[in-house]
Each structure stands twice: as structure tokens, then as C-alpha cells.
Ligand binder design. Structure first.
Ligand SMILES: Nc1nc2c(ncn2[C@@H]2O[C@H](COP(=O)(O)OP(=O)(O)OP(=O)(O)O)[C@@H](O)[C@H]2O)c(=O)[nH]1
Ligand SMILES: [Mg+2]
Length: 462
């Protein structure tokens, strides 16, 4: 973004659309305060430009030099660089009606100001050094968090925990680089051997630091994006009843008729901090007509995309051919066996199921028995009990994960070159390569395209 564009004043509604008590409009850029002076009228006549930073003042937004009042508001001035974007900012808390907010925004936009693009406030905050790139991305994570755990994860990144860890690895690599450069400059020095072990140790440490971060990837992604859990089983075992019990609402149709569910139904629940996308499927195993064929195709597609399958059995019946087909079909999928209807006299051969699946949970979906234990088992199976340590770092963003892997590849290559006594310049190149990838994470290096990819995913007003 060129400095010319940076100087343009921008504005947008920064709160959610829809009826609410208050809606906020932000103006950012060099003309923000002078625009506020033009449209704002306070009871004492004091202008926003005459106010101190961070003071909220009560007054009216008016048209035609005060002749027409649009809304009664609270206006807050934030002077550069101590504002969200690092520029002069004005925030106007209006009444939450969308008509009123639009009228105030239209008035602002009739001055030397344009509508902010998606993510543009945060993009400016990044370009003005208020946030690094991983923190800017965390703003979006915090806003879209669906569970407490995802919110905590986003907040940790917003506070800079990832940047801190990346900096540690950078420092290790910079140490290695300076040892290498000493070798390049004075190859004959007798310190050569000493430096080589120092370089080796540095590379080993950097790899260890990267591995520690990469080890958190799975849990991080689970907390942010959730897991797909598919309920499957032959007709009438109680799949839809289980979905309803987990949701605590009558979402899926339950009847004693086999083949009730035809289409897959998906809902998301917060299961002890993890967003679980739970999918009820049709129990059809051998389709008899076109509708059943399509139902089976949909069930299979759900199973392909599942992170975890709950294979349901009817505990009041013996294992049937249908159960056996499914047990075989799911052999290679991560599956939790669930024996349902334990409130009825049991006939099922549980030992046979235990032979196939390491974990079997016995429940009654109808009578809500043992559901808590099932939730715990889902949580453990789906994400190895994602540690929810408030201070722990977890990486969940695919861009960060790719960059970390690329950095690791460069470091491993550097270590190999060192073992194979390749020229010092080769090793230095690989380390510089690793540093480039780490810099991309925090945005020490960036391209306009990268910023476009990241910020276009934000909404207007962020
Ligand atoms: N006694 C008892 N009955 C249950 C239990 N769970 C489900 N049922 C009954 O079993 C029948 C089938 O339940 P559904 O939830 O519709 O079964 P489903 O697996 O979704 O069936 P399809 O959609 O036809 O494949 C209904 O009459 C439920 O009331 C349970 O834990 N105990
Ligand atoms: Mg059903």
C-alpha cells in the first residue's frame, strides 16, 4: 500500500448490522478530526479538534451547519499514533438503527473520505507497526471464535505469543549466521572447529524450537476449526436420537420406522470448548431405490470427510450383517464404537465389538445415560484432549504452519550441508531461507498479494 493511499481518510460502521442499542462508526486518516469538526455539534460548541485524545464528548451529528440533526451521539477522539490504526481516529457511538448509522456514514463519506475496504483498519494498524501480521490475523480469529477455547487461543496470539516464539528461533538462527560469517571471513582461524560445533548446536536448538511449535498444530486447528464427528450405523439404532440428545433439542426426526433419516443433518455444538460439527446420517447400507442410493452416497461422502466416526449399535439386538458390513467398512477410519439402548435388556455381543475397536462406550440416547462419558471420549479421540493451558502457544493458521514447515526444511538442509562439509556459503543461504519464512509469519517481510489474501477475508469495519 503506497503512502498516498495510507493518507486517504476512510470510514465504516464497525459494529454488527441489525437492531442494537449502540452502533459505532470509525473514521481513520488525516482528515478524520476535521470531518468530525464539520459534522459534530456539542452543547458548549467545543470542537473535537479542541478536545484531548481519549475523551468522549456528547453531542449531535448534524447536516447543513446544524440545521438538521441526524443523531445524538458520543464522539471519541484518538490522536495518532495512539489509536487502533496508528492514524488520527474518531469513533462515533450512534443509536444502533441501521438507517441512522447509514445516514451518519453517508454524511461522513460526502467529505474527503471513502468507505474502508474489508480489513483496512487492521491493515493500516499493521502497516503503521501497531500489530505484527500474526497479531493482525488474530484480530479476525478473536472476532470469529466459536468457543471459549478458540477465543483464548486468538487472544494469546493477539497478545503476541506466536511472535515471541518466532523471535526466539530467529535469534538462535541469527547467532548461527554470525558464527558462520566469522568462518567465511576468517576461514583459517583456529577457532574453526569450535565454531562448527557451535553452529551444529545452534541448528539443533532451532529445530527443537520449531518442533515444539509444530507439535501444537493439531490441537490449535481443532480448537479453532473444530472436528467433524459423523454418527453412522444401520437403520433404527438411534443415530438421530443421539444427535438430538447431544444438541439437547429435537433437531432430527426420530421414529421407530427403519430408514427415517434420508439426508445428512449437520449441527455444531460446543463440547467442553471444542466446536464439534456433528452429523447424523442415513442408516441405509444396501439401497433399494434411487432415493436410498443417493442417501447412501451422502453418508459415504460424510464418512470420507469425518475426523471421527461414531459407529452406533443397538444393544438390545444381536450383531447383524448390517453391523458387520459397517465394522469392516470403517476399519481404516478413526472410529468410536457406541452401544446404544442400554436401558433395554442387552443382547449384543460386546466382546466382538471390543475386538475390532479399542474403545466402546455404552449409552442410552433416549434416557440420556452416560452421555457425559461419550462426550469425554469424543473429545479425547478427536484431539488428544487439546490442552487448554491459558498460556500455551498453539498454532492453527495454515499460513503459519506452511511457513514453519518451510523454515524447518531449510534448517534441516543447513544441518545436512554442515555434516557433508559443504561450503559455508551454502549453509548460510539455507539459514537465510529459514529466516525469510519466519519473517513472513510475523510480516517482517510481506508482499501486497499476501496482505490482500489476508485482509480480504476480514469484513468491512475490521
Ligand atoms: N429404548 C431405547 N430406544 C431408543 C434409544 N435410542 C433410540 N431409540 C428408539 O429407536 C428408534 C429409532 O431411533 P432413531 O433415532 O430414529 O434411529 P436412527 O438410527 O436415526 O434410524 P434411521 O434414521 O432410520 O436410520 C426410535 O423409536 C427411538 O425412540 C435408546 O437409547 N433406548
Ligand atoms: Mg435417523
Amino acid at each position: 500500500m503506497s503512502s498516498v493511499i495510507l493518507q486517504e481518510t476512510i470510514a465504516a460502521i464497525i459494529t454488527a448490522f441489525g437492531g442494537s442499542a449502540i452502533g459505532v462508526i470509525r473514521i481513520s486518516g488525516k482528515d478524520a478530526i476535521s470531518i468530525a469538526d464539520t459534522i459534530f455539534l456539542s452543547p458548549g460548541g467545543k470542537k473535537p479538534s479542541e478536545r484531548k485524545s481519549y475523551t468522549a464528548c456528547h453531542g449531535w451529528i448534524t447536516k447543513k451547519q446544524g440545521a438538521e440533526i441526524i443523531d445524538e451521539v458520543l464522539l471519541t477522539v484518538f490522536r495518532a499514533p495512539k489509536s487502533y490504526t496508528g492514524e488520527d481516529c474518531v469513533e462515533i457511538s450512534c443509536h444502533g438503527s441501521i438507517v441512522g448509522l447509514r445516514a451518519v456514514l453517508d454524511l461522513i463519506l460526502s467529505y474527503n473520505c471513502r468507505l474502508a475496504e474489508p480489513g483496512e483498519f487492521t491493515k493500516r494498524a499493521f502497516l503503521n507497526g501497531k500489530l505484527d501480521l500474526s497479531q493482525a490475523e488474530a484480530v479476525s480469529d478473536v472476532i470469529t471464535a466459536r468457543t471459549d477455547a478458540a477465543l483464548r487461543l486468538g487472544m494469546r496470539q493477539l497478545r503476541g505469543i506466536l511472535s515471541l516464539n518466532i523471535n526466539r528461533i530467529r535469534n538462535t538462527l541469527l547467532g548461527v549466521l554470525s558464527a558462520l560469517e566469522a568462518n567465511i571471513d576468517f576461514p583459517e582461524e583456529e577457532t574453526g572447529a569450535l565454531r562448527s560445533s557451535e553452529i551444529k548446536e545452534g541448528l539443533r536448538r532451532a529445530t527443537g524450537q520449531l518442533d515444539t511449535i509444530l507439535a501444537t498444530v493439531k490441537e490449535g486447528r481443532v480448537l479453532r476449526e473444530g472436528v467433524r464427528v459423523v454418527i453412522c450405523g444401520k437403520p433404527n439404532v438411534g443415530k438421530s436420537s443421539l444427535l438430538n440428545t447431544l444438541l439437547q433439542e429435537e433437531r432430527s426426526i426420530v421414529t421407530p420406522i427403519a430408514g427415517t433419516t434420508r439426508d445428512s443433518i449437520e449441527e455444531t455444538i460446543d463440547m467442553q470448548g471444542i466446536p464439534v460439527h456433528i452429523i447424523d446420517t442415513a442408516g441405509i447400507i444396501e439401497p433399494k431405490d434411487l432415493v436410498e442410493k443417493e442417501a447412501l452416497r451422502r453418508t459415504k461422502r460424510c464418512l470420507d470427510l469425518a475426523d471421527l466416526v461414531l459407529l452406533l449399535f443397538d444393544g438390545s439386538k444381536r450383531i447383524t450383517k448390517g453391523d458387520a458390513i459397517l465394522m469392516k467398512r470403517l476399519r481404516r477410519k478413526k472410529t468410536l464404537a457406541v452401544v446404544n439402548k442400554i436401558d433395554l435388556p442387552q443382547k449384543i455381543e460386546t466382546q466382538r465389538i471390543k475386538k475390532e475397536f479399542s474403545l466402546v462406550v455404552e449409552i442410552s440416547a433416549k434416557k440420556h445415560q452416560n452421555i457425559r462419558a461419550l462426550e469425554e471420549a469424543i473429545k479425547v479421540a478427536a484431539c488428544s484432549g487439546a490442552a487448554q493451558d491459558a498460556e500455551a502457544l498453539m498454532v492453527s493458521n495454515i499460513r503459519h504452519i506452511r511457513a514453519l514447515h518451510s523454515a524447518k526444511k531449510c534448517i534441516v538442509q543447513a544441518a545436512n550441508s554442515l555434516d557433508n562439509t559443504l561450503s559455508v556459503e551454502f549453509i548460510a543461504e539455507d539459514i537465510k531461507g529459514a529466516l525469510v519464512h519466519l519473517d513472513e509469519i510475523v510480516g517482517k517481510r510481506f508482499s501486497e498479494e499476501l496482505l490482500e489474501t489476508i485482509f480480504s477475508k476480514f469484513c468491512i469495519g475490521k
